[in-house]
Write a protein that binds this ligand. Structure first.
Ligand SMILES: [Zn+2]
Ligand SMILES: [Zn+2]
Length: 328
């Protein structure tokens, strides 16, 4: 599925076409793709709010596949091994951020399905150092949403500094939040979910949310930490209003519309407002380990490759319960 020019999802901008099978270069592996999760970031790329360096492009950055060929110099991967490719495609390893262990902020960071072709295709290449073995307990379909939704949710939880016994608020309850809630509950926290969609409210209750309401509804208790998953800046003051002094509000989206002007009172009292940018290899490994241990159940709706436009449109309309996955 190829994106040739940006357009609203309603115009079905992805086109099914043949592209040459890529050849793995030094340090890369060739994967035969089996599944690829769909993500809001893809929507922003397709519609042009997040601009990839060039088009045409294959989007998709939650890729599960089998290693079919190994490039020169690759020692950490085996033929036939099942691996996952997340949003983080590669980092430079040399800049000050990489050297500090903050590779998610790398000056020359590259993203899957943005700087390089992603997974809505039969074959893709990826650097061997940036793909991860998928724990055996997950099917290809169930594993796909772990690779962005899961990893970003996991990083957002870490950045929020949520601790055992605390109350966590989740604003928006799509693919990422439905995984994050399972990790948060495993860490013995109480989770309140703020979302409009009835589908999403049902899923939040099924997964054990202690309270479910709308963003404007007062929760039964003050929040220690909160994470906003929706790309909507107007949620920031609504969330801050419910957070205790010294608490944290993490913004998990790569894209957010305007941050509104707000009274200083909302953030005074040493409340912290922090964005979550991308992820590190450590986050990927941490999430996959936690996912297998808990174990995380991903709620998944599967689509065929030919249905990708329809799948993204349903995602845009919040009609997908849990995560959408394209099966090759
Ligand atoms: Zn770097
Ligand atoms: Zn994503």
């Amino acid at each position: 599925m190829l994106l040739e020019s940006h357009a609203p999802m309603e115009e079905h901008p992805l086109r099914l076409t043949d592209i040459p099978k890529p050849v793995p270069k030094v340090g890369e592996v060739l994967l035969r793709v089996s599944t690829c999760g769909i993500c809001h970031t893809d929507l922003h790329i397709i519609e042009g709010e997040v601009k990839p360096p060039s088009l045409p492009l294959v989007v998709g950055h939650q890729v599960v596949g089998e290693v079919e060929k190994i490039g020169e110099g690759v020692e950490n991967r085996k033929l036939g091994e099942r691996v996952g490719v997340p949003w983080l495609y590669s980092t430079c390893g040399r800049c000050s951020f990489c050297q500090r262990g903050e590779e998610n902020l790398c000056e020359d960071i590259r993203f899957t399905g943005c700087h390089e072709n992603g997974g809505l295709t039969e074959y893709m290449v990826a650097p061997a150092e940036f793909v991860y073995p998928i724990p055996r307990i997950f099917s290809d379909i169930q594993a796909a949403p772990l690779l962005c939704a899961g990893i970003i949710g996991y990083r957002a939880l870490r950045i929020s500094e949520i601790k055992k016994g605390e109350v966590l608020g989740l604003f928006g309850f799509g693919a990422s939040a439905h995984i994050a809630i399972q990790v948060a509950m495993h860490w013995d926290t109480e989770v309140f979910v703020f979302t409009r969609s009835e589908n999403h409210r049902d899923l939040a209750r099924e997964l054990g949310a202690a309270w479910v309401g709308g963003a404007e509804d007062p929760p039964p208790k003050e929040l220690d930490r909160a994470i906003i998953f929706a790309p909507a800046g107007y949620l920031i003051p609504l969330a801050l209003k419910n957070i205790r002094k010294g608490g944290t509000l993490a913004l998990a989206g790569i894209y957010m519309d305007r941050v509104p002007e707000m009274p200083y009172d909302l953030i005074y009292g040493e409340r912290k407002l922090v964005s979550v940018a991308n992820s590190t290899r450590e986050d990927a490994i941490g999430l996959l380990e936690a996912a297998a241990e808990i174990p995380i159940l991903t709620e998944v709706e599967a689509f065929r490759l030919e249905e990708a436009n329809e799948a993204y449109l349903r995602l845009k309309r919040s009609e997908i319960k849990g995560a959408g996955v394209i099966v090759l």
